[in-house]
Design a protein around this ligand. Sequence first.
Ligand SMILES: Cc1cc2nc3c(=O)[nH]c(=O)nc-3n(C[C@H](O)[C@H](O)[C@H](O)COP(=O)(O)O)c2cc1C
Length: 321
Amino acid sequence: MNVARSDRQSVCHVVSFCSCLLRHTNQQPWLVCCWLELARPIGCRAAIRKASTVAPWVDRKAAARDYSEGWPSNVIGPSPELYSAATITPREATLQDIEKFKQDWVSAVRRALKAGVDVIEVHAAHGYLLHEFYSPSSNHRTDAYGGSFTNRVRLLIETIDLLRAEVPSGFPIMVRISATDYLEWDPSLPQFTLDDAVRLCKLLAEEHGVHFIDVSGGGLDARQKIKSAPGYQTPLAEAIRKAVQGTGCLVGTVGEITSGTQAQGILEEEKADAVLVGRAFLKNPSLVWSWADELDVDIHVASQYGWGFGMTRTHRHKRHG
Ligand SMILES: Cc1cc2nc3c(=O)[nH]c(=O)nc-3n(C[C@H](O)[C@H](O)[C@H](O)COP(=O)(O)O)c2cc1C
């Protein structure tokens, strides 16, 4: 992990993936790059129904069997519902499994705090276990964790409450959700919709102390149809932002946001409080710097790099060029 920090900006690059968070402070946009996925327990990751699949660049929908280092006999989900025709049918999680998940969660949070993290994001999107529980597409349980909306969101709410009980007061709690299953093309399919997401987010913000909702979408069901386009998920964030306004909870958007100007426009039009970026960072690890130049914003860069560009500790590329 490589972390650079100052009073105005904090930059963390963590092993596999990074997001950029861009906010407006005192009329000055500022850029923060942070890792958002800290406390996902290994047990959860190993057991979800999208588990034991092959690498997505080999096949996005195929299972990994024992001979290809999968764990097909240890895949758990809320219900025995397939992710795709080729993946493993999960075993329905028992109440004991759910209790174990919660204990593992608390242990993971304690480890994260011990490691000194500044923020924890609960990953409840993209078909991971918590999303599988709250979506009626993957959850057909008949106990307290299935059926009604209240029952389906129960595990996520319990997870957040457990997290809140572990962290110091005011510690930033973020949640990543999928605000749609992208199954609208077939209204006959049970699915989690934007209306459900608005209801869930109001609950998270008003009653469960969530400070930031990171609005993403999909990843739950291989039948999803995503119409990708610049900023394609921003309308989801915008609707949720309106719903939680006045609670103090901030809302972020992600998905095909590829320029500083585009990101800045989203903030200025008050469609989101923050912009998160994935793939553009893969193409350009110095994206914060590039966007700062594009937006003519001063940022700090590591002195080890900055001196080569004639910078002082404050980045004034254009002014000192
Ligand atoms: C190679 C790759 C790996 C990703 N890994 C994760 C992940 O581990 N967790 C996650 O929540 N999203 C993951 N995503 C999704 C991104 O966080 C992001 O939501 C998505 O790529 C859309 O944003 P973008 O258009 O800026 O890339 C990944 C995306 C890519 C391309």
